[in-house]
Design a protein around this ligand. Structure first.
Ligand code: GLV
Ligand code: MN
Ligand code: MN
Length: 344
């Protein structure tokens, strides 16, 4: 079955519109079960760790991992996460070595990879994550593939605004204490705080309004905050400017020299431009890198201007085939001698 067919099967799980496999949902479980079946069919030894992460191991050098995640944002695309798992599975199959992992809950703070790194079990000796770029850089550069230099640091949390509920028709405008108006002003301040720091971004993506009646003045509003910056100093500055207490915080992570060099070599040996770029999205590779696992990422060009976290997300079949070829060759190199499949 082709990679695109597999991506389509995973995409169909949530029933649409878009991918709907949030962390902890039956849909995320169904995706893991589907991929576990493909792993077994490929002759891999399958196990699930205490955190629900799925791992398919070949017979050799199972300490070198490839992979990504299978959960999605609401109304997500086909490629974010599953591409790295399905492409990684093909690379392990072709290379005859290494292991492929599907982490849990990447979209809500890299739950699975974070839990793995927090304790107990042995970490891999190396990790390669194939991922759609989710931005416009490669498309603008006319490059099919790129190698990640570093992953942005980010912090997530909430702000809560308290007001006073009241009748929408009988409470004069002067006497109101409307929690949603206060939240709206804060959202504008958050935008300005990010704009004032070079390379920083901040997003409010979720609003909960209580009691939530169209004819009731809002009493309490919660807003989510997602704040990102290229380095720890600017992330600190942004968090302070917004004035929120992050529930979790992921430091910026540099990718490791050796696996990065191998990916770049494989691009160059195919006559492809060796584009290097930072990642503005968070990834499991950042968590593993911060835990000391030499990690690198290969990006596949996003089409349609780089739209992602949307059903519009797109990469081409040709670019994906090229990416899996580069990933496979890199896995072979990082996991030792050439495999019979590759040298024939
Ligand atoms: C994860 O995909 C993120 O960067 O939000
Ligand atoms: Mn992702
Ligand atoms: Mn994502």
């Amino acid at each position: 079955m082709s990679i695109l067919d597999r991506l389509e099967q995973l995409y169909a799980i949530g029933g649409g519109p878009g991918a709907n496999r949030p962390y902890g949902s039956p849909e995320e479980d169904a995706a893991h079960a589907l991929v576990a079946g493909w792993m077994r069919k490929a002759g891999l030894e399958v196990d699930v760790d205490a955190h629900g992460n799925l791992c398919g191991r070949s017979g050799r050098r199972v300490d070198i991992w490839v992979g990504s995640h299978l959960d999605s944002v609401p109304h997500g695309g086909r490629f974010d996460g599953p591409l790295g798992v399905v492409g990684g599975l093909e690379a392990v199959e072709l290379a005859g070595r290494g292991a492929v992992v599907a982490f849990r809950g990447e979209e809500v703070g890299c739950i699975g990879s974070r839990a793995l790194c927090a304790g107990g079990t042995a970490l891999p000796a190396g990790f390669l994550e194939l991922h759609i770029e989710q931005g416009p850089v490669l498309e603008r550069a006319g490059a099919a593939l790129g190698v990640v230099t570093s992953i942005v640091g980010y912090a997530r949390g909430e702000l809560v605004f308290e007001g006073r509920a009241g009748h929408a028709g009988t409470t004069p405008m002067d006497g109101r204490d409307d929690a949603l108006v206060a939240a709206a002003e804060a959202i504008l301040r958050i935008r300005e705080a990010a704009r004032a720091i070079e390379g920083a971004v901040a997003t409010v993506g979720r609003l909960t309004v209580e009691p939530g009646g169209s004819n009731v003045i809002p009493e309490r509003v919660r807003i989510s905050v997602d704040a990102r910056a290229p380095d720890a100093r600017r992330l600190d500055e942004l968090i302070a400017a917004i004035g929120f207490e992050p529930v979790h915080r992921t430091p910026p992570a540099a990718m490791a020299e050796e696996p990065k060099r191998v990916l770049l070599d494989e691009l160059e040996s195919r006559g492809l431009p060796a584009v290097e770029l930072p990642s503005g999205a968070g990834h499991d590779a950042g968590i593993l890198a911060a835990a000391g696992v030499p990690s690198a990422m290969l990006f596949v060009r996003s089409l349609k201007g780089g739209v992602s976290h949307s059903p519009e997300e797109l990469s081409s079949e040709e670019d994906i085939a090229l990416a899996v070829d580069v990933l496979t060759a890199s896995l072979v190199r990082l996991a030792g001698e050439a495999s019979p499949a590759m040298s024939s």
